[in-house]
Design a protein around this ligand. Sequence first.
Ligand code: NAG
Ligand code: NAG
Length: 195
Amino acid sequence: MFPSLQVCVIVSVCLTCLLPQCVHCSGCKNPPPAKNFTNSRYYGLWYEIGKIQTAGGAFFEKDCVCTTIDVKPLSNSDVRGDASVLNSCRKKTPQGTFLNATGKLSDESPAGKWKEGFAWFAPKVDYTIIALDEDYAVEYDCGTTLGFTNYCIHILSRKPTQSPEVTQKLLTFAESLGLNTENLKYVQTLQTGCW
Ligand SMILES: *[C@@H]1O[C@H](CO)[C@@H](O)[C@H](O)[C@H]1NC(C)=O
Ligand SMILES: *[C@@H]1O[C@H](CO)[C@@H](O)[C@H](O)[C@H]1NC(C)=O
């Protein structure tokens, strides 16, 4: 009766399921956590300086500016290393509405490597801190769902700024571990006008 509508629905359903699949087929890497990693050094507020991210990764981060993460040990479970991560950002502009999502880090093994989950129905991803210092951290997360892989490399700083030399050093390090399997571009996160 409405053939064009039917075709439209079928085409959009197929596009939705086909599009991401064969773009991201390379699988996750298993890098070691930072040598001097300790949980307490990672706790607290971090500003995202930039990231390398596949299109299907963390869809809520798509419009983010002024992005921060706040890592806190979960009470009663410090021994196991479980932690909460508040991912917070503004939508599109520093005055935009908050887009917040709290994830949970669990199953820490070894120190600096967790599973991260956002909701009981969503698949967990591997979450690894590959570099850590007083001023900076690099976090790599990666998951494979229905045969396709999404990853993100986050460059983090204790301040909303980072010297370009440090950023470059951290990116070179991440590349040296072979984490950017799809040769994606580094994208800087807007942090000016936010704080
Ligand atoms: C989002 O998180 C920020 C902390 O970065 C907080 O100030 C803000 O109130 C939160 N907003 C919402 C709507 O949860
Ligand atoms: C951690 O290791 C890195 C790389 O070896 C080093 O640059 C940094 O100073 C160390 N940080 C701490 C807090 O020990």
